[in-house]
Design a protein around this ligand. Structure first.
Ligand SMILES: [Zn+2]
Length: 325
């Protein structure tokens, strides 16, 4: 499918007035043209498909064109009539590439937030299988990846759901039925909320606070916000920074300009619902939420190294911070 833009010749003011599509009428993707008339038919007028012994009569088949159903069925390796229902999303199919004169950039869709998902998961796996690390580990290393962050996290499986506390509760109950274990685990845990950050854009320098301008190649960005749009505090940023220092990794800080609105992440949602100390971080990138985003290739390595070091060293480092009274 493709959503073609209107040629500039037919919309002369697009550069001065901005690209303002009507999201209802201007963003319909084109699937095919030979069957355009067919597509415009209501289900009652035609577009019927023979067969159909399972779900099709009452669900998908009657609502969607047979050609679309056939494409989906082919991709799934089943018959169209075997599809009861589906959730379908259009996304860019161009593969990611290394680019820039020195091949220092990654151009890709959905870096936000596949990049942090990839780095954290790979770091968890590699930290777990390297050497005798786990023999000295008294904590549980964990990565939690949530759906629906971009639409507010309020869903059955989003960060606003009980999934996180339930998972921690199940894990701690494997060790003891005493509910104090869960409370203790929450107190001793540190959550790294990893979601991509905005790098300084060379064409829009005034969009960043003068003294907090994260740069590509500059390593993970620790995000701070007094209004708690990010959950970082002095202790959690210290821990994260300390790990960087020990491993010679670059790290930078971000606060939004006082005259601009601040984004947010699942960090404050999880910090406030579960009660875990949290640091909000992310790799710097440009063009966030564009169909083609970009980041620096070496920041992927910086992020991976930083997360891996966090998994390997947090328990030990935190023991030094905590004073028993
Ligand atoms: Zn986002």
């Amino acid at each position: 499918m493709r959503i073609p833009t209107l040629a500039i010749h037919l919309d002369r003011n697009v550069n001065s007035d901005g690209f303002k599509p009507n999201t209802q009428t201007h963003l319909v993707p084109l699937l095919a043209t030979a069957i355009k008339a067919e597509l415009n038919k209501t289900p009652a007028e035609g577009g019927e498909h023979d067969g159909g012994k399972k779900c099709a009569e009452t669900s998908s088949k009657s609502k969607h064109h047979p050609l679309l159903m056939e494409i989906i069925a082919n991709a799934l390796g089943c018959k169209p009539e075997e599809i009861c229902d589906f959730e379908l999303q259009a996304c860019d199919t161009q593969p990611s590439i290394l680019a820039g004169a020195a091949k220092e950039f990654i151009f890709s869709g959905r870096l936000d937030n596949l990049c942090m998902s990839f780095c954290s998961l790979k770091a968890l796996i590699d930290a777990t299988f390297s050497g005798s690390d786990l023999e000295e580990e008294s904590g549980i290393r964990m990565v939690a990846l949530f759906d629906h962050e971009e639409v507010g996290s309020n869903s059955a499986q989003g960060a606003g759901s009980p999934v996180m506390i339930d998972a921690m509760s199940h894990i701690t109950s494997c060790f003891s039925s005493d509910t104090k274990v869960l409370k203790k685990a929450i107190q001793k845990s540190l959550l790294v909320s990893a979601d991509m950050a905005h790098a300084l854009h060379p064409n829009f320098m005034d969009k960043h606070e003068e003294n907090h301008q994260p740069k590509m190649h500059g390593g993970l960005v620790i995000k701070h916000n007094a209004n708690q749009r990010y959950a970082t505090n002095a202790v959690t940023s210290f821990v994260f920074r300390e790990i960087a220092e020990k491993h010679n990794l670059p790290v930078q800080d971000f606060v939004v300009r006082n005259d601009m609105g601040c984004g947010s992440t699942i960090g404050p949602i999880l910090a406030s619902s579960v009660g875990i100390r949290t640091v909000d971080v992310g790799a710097p990138q440009l063009s966030m939420h564009s169909i083609r985003e970009m980041c620096a290739a070496d920041d992927v390595k910086h992020s991976y190294d930083h997360f891996k070091a966090f998994f390997q060293e947090f328990t030990h480092l935190d023991a030094k911070l905590t004073v028993d009274v």
